[in-house]
Design a protein around this ligand. Structure first.
Ligand SMILES: C[S@@+](CC[C@H](N)C(=O)[O-])C[C@H]1O[C@@H](n2cnc3c(N)ncnc32)[C@H](O)[C@@H]1O
Length: 519
């Protein structure tokens, strides 16, 4: 073990390998981070540096405490600020960025232009912001009419000090080591020597927030991590334990729309780990595509590295909004008989569709439910879809980013069961995504009128008011959410949250309160 800087707490007697291994296991479970033996020095130094923030003088006691404690979100944040690797820079791993810029984003833009001008990108493990700002710059270059687009770039990380630096958006020369100087001049303001601030129009495109990828709390409307077109999670999973890598990959699959893309770094490519995805080979890089209809691996395309990519037949045809078996025009003609509201959702087609939904096979959910509706409409015997099934159809559309259809089916679900606050909440999340904030607020108020104890609606309303700088209303709804959450067991999954536990949401609100002082 190396000598430490004088300000670091003393390790005292060396920590036993057994204790280091127990702490390692605990951190892997809670934060994903796995330290192989050759990095135990880093692990020991990081934990020792965190000890004083937990008021521990004796480092060994602190190690034991970590093993035995149930770590809160704030404690995980503190540990993360000492244990995570902050290596990143603008335009890192240029090959995969070129593929995004030259193929994936242009195709996506072409397929959405004039139809549904939205793009959703997630930089997972965004560190100090260089990666999501790089994506914002790419989009700014690709979209001359960017003002007419609804662009969401969600950037998340576990380390709060990285996130703070990211939101400040000020960088030194070192962050530009792979950046062409014309881009630096075009998108950054030179504040003083070796201090470059990203331009406000680029800064506004990115939303930074805390998210621990080792938790199963995504995709969720609460973290805005669903219906993503592209996810970048580069140089993050390489630090994770095997189980956590697997879970994170499964959750990314769920977070993507049909035809959406996942980019990892070249050293993280693995045919076994990403077997759910179709692996697509481009010159110089692989990307993973969600294509549940063709869940098979595509062999490398027969081109040489360096060959002009636009002459290649790249399998990029999955961008068009996915076409369900029943055409949308016809689907919207299907009416939902009002008596279906009273039927039980336990019928087999519903359960089958729910199972598909849980596997993130949203297009199959749509096909299955629309076919069921058609059969019922054609007079087949047997139950028709319940309001719950219609709501599931709306959610499946929403998770594919098909917001118009999702909203339409939300309306039908509400007509079939006027008393379900969940449908009003779902329509609020869709309206918000469409930029219809006032309508979203009205829908959330309707959800709360039906069920004043519907926690996700309080949380969403609090965030919308916060966004509108109405701190009184925002604080009121955060407080309501917190007080209602006390009635739930910590581990209970909140209805309407798609997997977030009561304890986690309470932690999220409390840590937001620290930031805003509005609760
Ligand atoms: C080496 S940086 C990669 C940054 C960027 N993606 C890139 O490729 O340049 C790894 C990032 O992953 C974050 N990270 C580590 N564990 C995480 C977790 N459980 N959840 C979210 N982010 C995590 C770290 O805080 C760090 O910012």
């Amino acid at each position: 073990m190396q000598l430490k800087k004088p300000e670091e707490p003393e390790l005292g007697s060396p920590i036993s390998e057994d204790l280091l291994s127990q702490v390692n296991q605990k951190l892997t479970a809670e934060m994903g981070l796995y330290f192989p033996k050759e990095r135990w020095g880093d692990l020991a130094r990081g934990i020792a540096a965190a000890a004083s923030e937990f008021d521990f003088q004796n480092i060994e006691c602190f190690f034991r405490w970590i093993v035995l404690s149930e770590l809160t979100r704030n404690q995980i944040k503190t540990l993360a600020s000492h244990l995570t690797v902050g290596e990143t820079y603008f335009f890192r791993e240029s090959k995969s960025l070129e593929i995004l810029e030259e193929h994936i984003l242009p195709e996506l833009i072409r397929s959405r232009r004039g139809i549904d001008q939205r793009l959703r990108i997630w930089s997972a493990g965004c560190c100090t912001g260089e990666e999501p700002y790089t994506i914002a710059i790419l989009l700014d270059r690709l979209l001359p009419d960017i003002k007419d687009w609804q662009v969401t770039i969600t950037a998340t990380d576990i380390n709060p000090s990285f996130l703070k630096k990211a939101s400040d958006g000020v960088y030194s020369e070192w962050s530009f080591r792979e950046t062409p100087s014309r881009i630096k001049e075009r998108y950054f303001k030179n504040r003083k020597r070796d201090q470059f601030e990203v331009f406000p129009n680029i800064k506004r495109m990115v939303t930074f927030s805390y998210l621990n990828l080792a938790e199963d709390a995504h995709p969720s409307p609460l973290s805005n991590t669903g219906a993503m077109d592209v996810i970048l999670c580069r140089n993050v999973l390489m630090y994770f334990g095997a189980n956590q890598v697997n879970r994170a990959i499964q959750n990314f699959y769920k977070s993507l729309v049909e035809g959406g893309w996942l980019a990892v770094s070249p050293s993280e490519i693995s045919s076994t780990l990403f077997s759910q995805f179709v692996s697509v080979s481009f010159p110089g890089a692989y990307l993973y595509k969600k294509d549940s209809a063709r869940r098979r691996k595509v062999e490398a395309h027969p081109y040489e590295a360096g060959e002009a990519s636009d002459s290649l037949q790249l399998p990029l045809n999955g961008f068009a909004p996915s076409a369900p078996a029943v055409p949308l025009s016809k689907a919207s003609e299907i009416t939902v008989p009002s008596e279906t509201a009273t039927e039980q959702p336990q019928s087999t087609p519903y359960l089958e569709a729910l199972a598909l939904y849980e596997q993130a096979r949203y297009r199959d959910v749509v096909d299955q439910l629309l076919a069921w509706l058609s059969r019922h409409q054609a007079g087949s015997s047997g139950e028709g879809p319940s309001a719950k099934a219609i709501a599931l159809l709306a959610r499946a559309y929403a998770n594919q980013g098909l917001l118009v259809e999702a909203l339409e089916w939300c309306g039908k679900a509400i007509a079939a069961d006027k008393l379900d606050p969940g449908c009003h909440y779902l329509s609020a999340t869709i309206l918000q995504e469409q930029g219809q904030v006032e309508e979203a607020i009205k829908a959330l108020k309707r959800a709360l009128y039906l069920d004043h104890e519907f926690v996700p609606a309080h949380f969403a309303l609090a965030n919308l008011w916060l966004h509108k700088k109405n701190f009184v209303e925002s604080g009121k709804h955060f407080r309501n959410a917190l007080s209602l959450l006390r009635n739930y067991p910590q581990e209970a999954i909140l209805p309407g949250s798609e997997g977030i536990t009561a304890g986690k949401l309470a932690e999220i609100i409390s840590s937001m309160a620290e930031g805003t002082k509005s609760v």
